[in-house]
Design a protein around this ligand. Sequence first.
Ligand code: AMP
Length: 116
Amino acid sequence: MGDSIFTKIIQGDIPADILYEDDHCICIKDIHPQAPTHLLIIPRKPIPRLADATEEDRALLGHLMLKVADIARSVGVDEAFRVCINNGEAAGQTVFHLHIHLLAGKTFKENSLSMQ
Ligand code: AMP
């Protein structure tokens, strides 16, 4: 399989609005935002799905979650935000390079995690 769009962004082959980056991850604005704030936190390591992460990725996954909270603070939405990871096509995953959605700035229906 070729590089995902996120790998191409990480490699600088495709432009993106990068809000944050470090040795382990980048944070970009989602190109089709589903909320006033819709960011993607993406590990540099191209793990296709959360289900493909292994024990070796324990520290990386912890780092990503802490960065989500740091980034939420830095953009001023830390009082109310939602985090989502789609795993697999049937769950809505379209880019097979692990990423965490950070959504904020709208009222989320309490039941909006339901699946059909
Ligand atoms: P998912 O459906 O969970 O795999 O999420 C993929 C997300 O990546 C979607 O919300 C897309 O809008 C977003 N996306 C796809 N291509 C780009 C891009 N070039 N720059 C920023 N976000 C993108």
